[in-house]
Design a protein around this ligand. Structure first.
Ligand SMILES: C[S@@+](CC[C@H](N)C(=O)[O-])C[C@H]1O[C@@H](n2cnc3c(N)ncnc32)[C@H](O)[C@@H]1O
Length: 183
């Protein structure tokens, strides 16, 4: 319980902060724009907490379907919306949105295209109670919890499917819940 509601969210918060700084630096050094996927000032359980203590900033473009006025309110699952963005123009920093992907491979393919391979994500909550039950208290649309990803060192984008049998999660690499896609 403590892992699901406290340790995992705090770890994710701190990792998002750290990865955002890296993503911003990479964008500056490569002369690329920064795309943030996930509204930094809302979107979490406690909206006021997100706006008081944001885990990152808006990018040159911020994508979030239910985001604030500064966001591009785009559905990540709508492949035609991705066509707005040119190839290899962004460094992409993702914050807890890719779990809403209906087809992870397709969304990841668009991220790879627009980022030219510069992609960072702090992943999702990985507490056992969260992946089995509690995610439903956040959203019924959430399908996966992703692992963190840093394109400077990671090759495979991985995660688990939510709401499955607890025993599948205990065996860490059980193929009934775990997916692994080459980025
Ligand atoms: C966990 S929040 C991410 C931002 C938050 N500041 C954070 O880091 O926790 C998940 C966000 O995904 C957005 N979202 C849900 N479904 C989406 C979709 N299909 N396309 C784009 N954004 C979506 C929600 O509006 C929500 O703001």
């Amino acid at each position: 319980m403590i892992k699901s509601v406290l340790i995992s969210p705090i770890k994710r918060y701190l990792l998002t902060k750290k990865m955002f700084r890296v993503a911003k630096k990479v964008a500056q050094s490569k002369g690329k724009k920064l795309m943030v996927i996930g509204d930094p000032c809302s979107g979490n359980y406690f909206r006021f907490m997100s706006s008081m203590f944001p885990n990152c900033e808006h990018g040159d473009v911020t994508v979030d379907l239910y985001g604030c006025d500064d966001c591009n309110r785009m559905d990540i699952n709508d492949v035609s919306s991705w066509k707005l963005f040119d190839d290899d123009t962004f460094v992409v920093m993702e914050t807890g949105v890719l779990g809403f992907s209906k087809d992870v491979g397709a969304v990841l393919g668009q991220i790879k295209r627009v980022s030219g391979g510069d992609f960072f994500s702090a992943g999702g909550n990985r507490g056992l109670l969260w992946v089995r039950y509690l995610y439903k208290t956040y959203s019924n649309e959430l399908i996966y919890s992703m692992d963190p990803f840093d394109s400077r060192k990671d090759v495979y984008y991985c995660g688990v499917k939510l709401g499955q049998n607890v025993s599948f999660y205990i065996k860490r690499n059980d193929s009934r819940v775990r997916f692994r896609i080459k980025f």
